[in-house]
Design a binder for this molecule. Sequence first.
Ligand code: ADE
Length: 224
Amino acid sequence: MRIDIITVLPELMQSPFNASILKRAKEKGLVEVHFHNLRDYTTGNYKQVDDYQFGGGAGMVLMIEPIDKCISQLQAEREYDEVIYMTPDGLTLNQGIANELSLKQNVIILCGHYKGVDQRVRDMFVTREISIGDYVLSGGELAAAVLCDAVIRLLPGVLNDETSALTDTFQDNLLAPPVYTRPSNYKGQEVPEILLSGDFPKIEKWREDQALERTSKKRPDLLK
Ligand code: ADE
């Protein structure tokens, strides 16, 4: 998979991609992530990427021209399955969307800033608008990093057996069951005996029951 991220703040985006699972995915050649600084697609001396909104009102708007240049240049080089715009008024990200995007080959992610982008960018280029929750961030960069993490860990070969995504919370619309590690008794708090029994069919059944119980207690909406 190839991901091209368009941003005015590429420096904000580096570190999540240079640690742990995302770093390993890049090193294994399973994902390529490219950052594009919108200011590199401006013409004037001031490298202007934003301007006041027509009709008045507080807040700057990202201009269409540099975004058009950047997206058009990328699209001339290869075909893209999606142009995603990170915005609080998009569709809220969930595991289903992450699964779907993990099957794509080439994806562009556009990060909004200030009051967002000129509406014509959304009309002309964007195929999907994604929010990571009902709150407003200063820009789309951290949201894009969250999206990339959720998607990249699902790419075949990124996770090994021990970290398999198949047992993740949300994978079957269920929360994951509780997990324990050594010691089996900590200050009188015991690990459930079944987990020490070695009876794997029974353990599997216990985990399913726990997942269901946890989901009905904490997130009954998922069971509807
Ligand atoms: N940009 C600002 N807030 C955002 C959010 N909640 N999700 C995605 N992009 C955003």
